[in-house]
Design a protein around this ligand. Structure first.
Ligand code: NAP
Length: 481
């Protein structure tokens, strides 16, 4: 069982109080590195979610000032930074990622609170110049109301922070639902936030039964925004289930990121960027490279560079400071990677790095070794679906038109990467890539200061930047005669 000063209560938080499930039902949180049973968490559902929404509605009856919200955001930033080691330990235990990545995740999460604390000026009413139609016109940004935030397991704290910080900044009441695999980072966050004097009902946390919780958030007329990060499949369900009440939605869905290396690229730098991007969180991020397209002329050099780097990565328990890649989050995640590798090999791909995973006695079954395949073809599963694991799948191309067609040949449009030294090509290629985030000569992902989100079936709405704040505001235009 996990012991932590931040997990004194392992419960939901509704209307300013810690709550368990009415019938006492719980679900288990398991350490994917060891199989250890970390905690029993209340299996909350419809009833608690409804109570959380109602608490949120009550909190909105005493609206907070911009100055109060700025203080809360700064306070949260501060406590996250002070407690980053302990929060990181909790993330590593429940998710499996290396501790150094968990620390980086906490710092990244904290960055959203400081960034939005500095953006509250954007909420000031805008007075239009002069008189129009004999009226004075003002545009206000009102809080959208109660908002439902649904978060995945791959960044248990950062995915929460990206939504929570702008929602608080906008003046909304929040009902957050973490993933069942990783609820403890959220519980620890609530323990910290509870010390900051934020009024009851502003921050509510419910974990447990995804279907019933989702149903209340979708069907309750007082929930005005649902911000969801997760699979395209669940996103589709939420879009359908919110149609009746015409809710505002932000959908951060799945990706299938291409990484394109042209023959004029710095090959060593491209290999560095791709490997850093691909293996973060064991390849379990939505912005991870899924398909690598390398120009035929530099294939051998690039592949060798990637293989050498992949062989150096150490797989192990995330608490070990030498670990570069932890376990997959669960056995299902492991099986998906194995299936993609099997499928590619059966269809003619060649394995350059990686063996069939060995199963030593201490391996609880979730560690997948870094794997590099060449000769990958568009019909293989690895090109059609997100692998969400440490698998590099390399294909070759001859020219720009061909690689653009390959890269864009997916229903998803979240992140893409291009390596080239030709400035004109950057302009040409980036403009035609249908992806919401494009890295040029870098594999870097999102940052609090910039909007991030998908095109096509990767969703709509943005997190980060001013755009992320406006997702939680209702513009109201007032014409005053
Ligand atoms: P998921 O299965 O869609 O789950 C995401 C969240 O939705 C979890 O909290 C889950 O709860 C909840 N959920 C599941 N069914 C629901 C329902 N019917 N109603 C309401 N909520 C429901 O996705 P995941 O496996 O956790 O995350 C991986 C996916 O997220 C990948 O496709 C990845 O690309 C995507 N992702 C996208 C971004 C982005 O910014 N675009 C970022 C990170 C991840 P339970 O855990 O209880 O099932």
């Amino acid at each position: 069982m996990i012991r932590s000063g931040l997990l004194e209560h392992v419960e939901g938080f509704v209307g300013g109080r810690w709550v368990g499930a009415a019938g006492g039902a719980t679900f288990a949180v398991i350490n994917p590195a060891t199989g250890e049973h970390l905690a029993d968490v209340p299996d909350l559902g419809e009833r608690e979610t409804r109570a959380a929404v109602e608490a949120g509605v009550r909190a909105l009856q005493s609206p907070s000032s911009v100055d109060e919200r700025r203080t809360w955001l700064r306070g949260i930033h501060q406590v996250l930074m002070e407690q980053r080691q302990e929060l990181a330990r909790i993330i590593t235990l429940e998710h499996g990622k290396p501790l150094k990545e968990s620390v980086a995740e906490v710092e990244y999460a904290a960055g959203f609170f400081s960034f939005y604390a500095d953006q509250l000026g954007h909420l000031a009413a805008r007075v239009l110049p002069g008189r129009i139609r004999n009226c004075r016109w003002t545009v206000h940004h009102r809080p959208a109301g109660v908002v439902g935030l649904i978060v995945p397991w791959n960044f248990p704290l950062a995915m929460l922070a990206k939504k929570l910080a702008p929602a608080i900044a906008a003046g909304c009441s929040i009902v957050a639902k973490p993933a069942k695999l990783t609820p403890l980072a959220s519980v620890a966050f609530w323990a910290l936030a509870d010390r900051l004097g934020i009024p009851r009902g502003v921050l509510n946390l419910v974990m447990g039964q995804a279907g019933p919780i989702g149903q209340v958030l979708c069907s309750h007329p007082d929930v005005r925004v649902i911000s969801f990060t997760g699979s395209t499949e669940v996103g589709r369900t939420l879009i359908r289930d919110t149609a009746l009440h015409i809710k505002r939605l932000a959908m951060e869905l799945g990706g299938n990121a291409p990484f394109i290396v042209f023959d004029d690229a710095d090959v060593e730098a491209a290999a560095d960027a791709m490997v850093a991007n691909k293996f973060r969180a064991g390849g379990q991020t939505c912005v991870c490279t899924n398909r690598v397209y390398v120009h035929r002329a530099i294939e051998a050099r690039f592949t060798e560079g990637v293989a050498a780097r992949a062989r150096r990565l150490k797989v192990g328990n995330g608490l070990d400071p030498d670990t570069d890649i932890g376990p997959m989050v669960n056995r299902e995640g492991f099986d998906k990677v194995a299936e993609h590798v099997r499928d590619a090999l059966a269809r003619g791909a060649k394995r350059i790095v990686g063996d069939d995973p060995a199963r030593p006695a201490e391996d609880w079954g979730c560690f997948y070794p870094p794997t590099v395949l060449t000769g990958v073809k568009p019909e293989m599963m690895v090109c059609r679906e997100e692998t969400f694991g440490p698998l590099v799948a390399i294909s070759t191309f001859e020219d720009e038109e061909e690689v653009l067609a390959l890269a864009n040949g997916t229903p998803f449009g979240l992140a893409a990467y291009v390596c080239t030294s030709d400035v004109k090509r950057i302009e040409r290629v980036v403009g035609r890539l249908r992806f919401g985030h494009v890295g040029v000569n870098t594999g870097t992902g999102p940052t609090p200061e910039a909007p991030f989100g998908g095109m096509k079936q990767s969703g709509f709405g943005r997190e980060g930047g001013i755009e992320g704040l406006l997702e939680f505001c209702e513009p109201q235009t007032v014409a005053c005669a």
